[in-house]
Design a protein around this ligand. Structure first.
Ligand SMILES: [Zn+2]
Ligand SMILES: [Zn+2]
Length: 207
């Protein structure tokens, strides 16, 4: 592969150079999911770009959502904006989109910032939107099935994780991240949830 092709492949020759973390994800995907024997080069390129963009969007969305959501749990914003979403202490799928319009705009930024930085193919953009909606509906479903994604995907939060956030009727309930668990772990906002999990394990209960 020529130097120019490598530079283009890893997406650091254009707008993406503004987005070094995306290039890192892309490199990991190219190395981790190598070209299959007989796969055409454009097919491999298209597949690796789609996978790396989607992974990058999930990571970036989770990061931005965490801080935005945590901000919404400050006194004034919670009272006037975010409390609408928290009307449901035991959420179900549809409640994932039940929120103050200002919150939709505010947290919606987390969903669009990844595509805005990387300029994806329309197919990738639609795929991302579909996966993001499925993710939030699952997180609000109230069900933790044996086939739930959190049983298979490492660091994935899921319904149990977000259910705790809604169940605790307190503005500093924790579990603010949308998709993964590591942001709350890193910033110590999952202590209540971890404590509950430890108690459940000792008592052999599964609420
Ligand atoms: Zn909340
Ligand atoms: Zn929620």
């Amino acid at each position: 592969m020529s130097k120019e092709a490598l530079v283009e492949e890893f997406g650091i020759s254009n707008l993406k150079s503004l987005c070094f973390p995306y290039s890192v994800v892309h490199m990991i995907v190219v190395v981790g999911f190598p070209s299959k024997s007989g796969e055409c080069a454009p097919c491999f390129g298209f597949r690796s770009v789609i996978i790396s963009q989607i992974i990058f969007y999930f990571i970036l969305e989770d990061f931005v959502f965490y801080w935005g959501h945590r901000t919404l749990h400050t006194k004034w914003l919670y009272k006037h904006v975010h409390s609408i979403h928290h009307e449901y202490a035991t959420p179900f799928g549809l409640t994932s989109e039940y929120a103050h319009p200002a919150e939709i705009l505010f947290l919606g930024f987390a969903t669009v910032v990844g595509p805005a930085l990387t300029g994806p193919h329309l197919f990738t953009l639609w795929l991302w939107m579909i996966l993001r909606v499925l993710e939030t509906v699952e997180a609000h479903s109230g069900y933790h099935f044996p086939w739930s994604p959190s049983n298979f995907l490492p660091l994935y939060g899921g319904a149990d994780f977000h259910d705790y956030h809604h169940r605790v009727l307190y503005t500093k309930s924790g579990n603010y991240a949308s998709t993964f668990v590591y942001m709350d772990w890193l910033f110590g906002t999952d202590k209540g949830y971890r404590k509950l999990k430890a108690v459940e394990e000792v008592e052999g209960k599964n609420y």
